[in-house]
Ligand binder design. Sequence first.
Ligand code: 5RP
Length: 222
Amino acid sequence: MFNKLKILAAKSAIKYIKNHNIIGIGSGTTISNFIDLLYTEKKNIIGIVSASRSSTKKLQKYNFNIYQINKVKKIGIYFDSADEINHKMQMIKGGGAALTNEKIISSFSDLFICMIDESKYVKNLGILHPVPIEIIPLAEKFIIKQLSYLGAIVKKRINTITEHGNIILDVYNLNLCEPLKIEKYINNIPGVVTVGLFTQRCADIIIIGKHNNTVSIINKKI
Ligand code: 5RP
């Protein structure tokens, strides 16, 4: 049911692509739909910087040029989804464990377009989803202790090793009234690679697919 709304948002997002651009793309089911549309709409893109092996594999199947991030001067638009996003365009991401690459590529991009189904547009972050954190495995105990000072409840994600060889902790029960503070606090813990709070590199445009078959577009830059 939600996939229909993700496709709706992706169809609207694709219109932002100008020919001969280099774009960045994230990971997950919304992005998988987006890649299908890139192919069927025959967008003439120079190349794509991809945030995950699964996205890369699908893009290669469609013969898109994949660029390593270190080989490009700039990325025009980054397309991705989120687990949750609020009216300040702050997000929780990392449900698919690709948060580190997603944070790097989105931070390198001029514009971040976030495509979501309407269930993901929330008043307060962290009520429905935990905050994922990618960590160096040997720091696990230490980091869980540091997180306990925030009142957090931590679950190690099972059977998950990231593309960087690290593990994911899913962190519940955080007080996210001031998510920027929490992002900074967690970023500062030794052994943390990336926290899935995106409050410094927020989205610039949110495209929301809705049950009534329409899309809403929220543009921070207007
Ligand atoms: C992956 C992500 C995804 O954008 C997020 O989990 C949403 O995924 P989906 O499009 O499958 O709902 O952050 O790390």
